[in-house]
Ligand binder design. Structure first.
Ligand code: FES
Length: 105
């Protein structure tokens, strides 16, 4: 599947995302700016925060209660905010678009 990351500046990066990996891992592997992921995917840092494109919110789904608690620590959250380490890539997410925030934390 392909994922497109859109930077706060509007710059777009479309990359291959292996099924079974996460959006966060895909971002790091492709040096996408704007994702820090300090905790390495343990849902305990909130520096992998992204905004899911509204067209994709339903397919991606909402955060777990634990993720929701962690999102309180993220910078400038919106209704479509997710922690990208908690979004698993599936074939159904081919074409997914996520926006990275202006900054993390
Ligand atoms: Fe730390 Fe996602 S990488 S919460």
């Amino acid at each position: 599947p392909k994922i497109t990351f859109v930077e706060a500046s509007g710059e777009r990066h479309t990359v291959d995302a292996p099924v079974g990996s996460t959006v966060m891992e895909t971002a790091l592997r492709n040096n996408i700016p704007g994702i820090d992921a300090e905790c390495g995917g343990a849902c305990s840092c909130a520096t992998c925060h992204v905004y899911v494109d509204p067209d994709w919110s339903e397919a991606v789904g909402g955060p777990s209660p634990m993720e929701e608690d962690m999102l309180d620590f993220a910078f400038d959250i919106r209704p479509t905010s997710r922690l990208s380490c908690q979004i698993k890539i599936t074939e159904a997410l081919d074409g997914l678009v996520v926006e990275t925030p202006e900054r993390q934390g």
